[in-house]
Design a protein around this ligand. Structure first.
Ligand code: NAP
Ligand code: GDD
Length: 327
């Protein structure tokens, strides 16, 4: 049975990736942070009692800031595939916490790569790189587009990208960068813009609140569907050689478009419910991201099927259903 180690397993992508790997018959080991409250909500449905003989999901305490723990864990588990998804992943927050973001999102990648090298682990390594690295480079963006990060988060991801490539070239490690454009789902963190909007739509529709406050409505993003994107991650590690790939839908919508579609789906007029709040602006913004994923399509056979209008329906319906169930 193949073993995979997943950092960030409690996050949006980690939870879908764990489902995918378990469905493919893997034994899955996830890194989780010790917290004073439960932080495993997204993977609770996958959890089985440790005494079950056929248990295939194992969770281990650890942190990206604790390099020696990464060494001892990897040495004990000996996974064939390592998916590095953990990060301080919020762009706006990275302006408030640039040092912490550099330590986790940037140096965390180096700690994991170095742990693999130190113990001589024979594995394949996936780095969760990001379209945020392209920043101010105009669209469409592909694997050859120059990086121009516009946030401490983007700069930390550029560092992680180059460390991954360096370990591939210096130590012959099967290490890949998945340069993923924004991808969303009903499990998206509540402070990212799509989920903030779809949650607000559901709450307004059910009369629980009246308004939502947003920042820049003009930014354009290439939003895809997270469950499809974790399939792209897996395909990269099954390929015959390590390389870097853009994963995107190739279409872009503005935040205003997303707002309008989401309210429309619930039969509401967005202009009656959306207000501007300057606090959600960033000191420097990424104006437009549109990915060209033709390399992933040709070499990995990966293509996005879910586009924004379907994504909006999936997310609004899920938020409405969740609130209705709570009643
Ligand atoms: P997410 O929902 O924010 O999940 C982040 C995960 O990282 C969580 O499991 C979190 O644990 C964990 N984590 C954070 N700091 C950690 C630390 N110091 N030590 C150990 N674990 C830590 O992010 P996501 O949307 O699933 O994204 C997954 C990865 O892809 C991230 O690296 C992100 O930057 C990158 N990415 C995301 C997108 C996107 O559109 N979603 C696009 C491109 C790249 P807790 O649950 O305990 O907080
Ligand atoms: N979060 C948030 N909240 N964003 C807002 C708001 C608001 O109230 N109002 C407008 N926006 C705009 C932001 O300024 C940005 O231009 C856009 O909505 C998307 O913001 P986020 O959803 O926070 O995502 P992001 O694009 O900054 O970052 C996400 O995608 C990256 C890939 O490009 C994150 O998932 C990153 O981890 C990921 O790497």
């Amino acid at each position: 049975m193949k073993k995979a180690f997943v950092t960030g397993i409690t996050g949006q992508d980690g939870s879908y990736l764990a489902e995918l790997l378990l469905a493919k018959g893997y034994e899955v080991h996830g890194l989780i942070r010790r917290a004073s409250t439960f932080n495993t909500r997204r993977i609770d449905h996958l959890y089985t009692d440790p005494h079950e003989p056929d248990k295939r999901l194992f969770l281990h305490y650890g942190d990206l800031t604790d390099g020696s723990r990464l060494v001892t864990l990897l040495a004990a588990i000996q996974p064939e595939e390592v998916y590095h998804l953990a990060a301080q992943s919020h762009v706006r927050v990275s302006f408030d916490e640039p040092e912490y973001t550099g330590d986790t999102t940037g140096m965390g990648t180096t700690r994991l790569l170095e742990a693999i090298r130190m113990i001589g682990l024979n594995c394949r390594f996936y780095q969760a790189s990001s379209s945020e690295m392209f920043g101010a480079s105009p669209p469409p963006q592909n694997e050859l587009t120059p990086f121009y990060p516009r946030s401490p988060y983007g700069a930390a991801k550029v560092y992680g990208y180059w460390m991954t490539r360096n370990y591939r070239e210096a130590y012959d490690l099967f290490a890949v960068n998945g340069i993923l454009f924004n991808h969303e789902s009903p499990r998206r963190g509540e402070t990212f813009v799509t989920r903030k909007i779809t949650r607000a739509v559901a709450r307004i529709k059910l009369g629980l609140e009246k308004r939502v406050y947003l920042g820049n409505l003009d930014a354009r993003r290439d939003w895809g569907y997270a469950p499809e994107y974790v399939e792209g991650m897996w395909r990269m590690l099954q390929h015959h050689q390590p390389d870097d790939y853009v994963v995107a839908t190739g279409t872009s919508y503005s935040v205003r478009d997303f707002v309008s579609l989401a309210f429309q789906h619930a039969g509401l007029d967005w202009e009656e419910h959306v207000d501007y709040d300057q606090r959600y602006e960033r000191p420097t913004e990424v104006d437009s991201l549109v990915g060209d994923a033709s390399k992933a399509q040709v070499e990995l056979g990966w293509k996005a099927e879910v586009h924004v209008p379907d994504l909006v329906r999936i997310m609004v319906d899920a938020d409405l259903a969740a609130l209705t169930e709570e009643d």
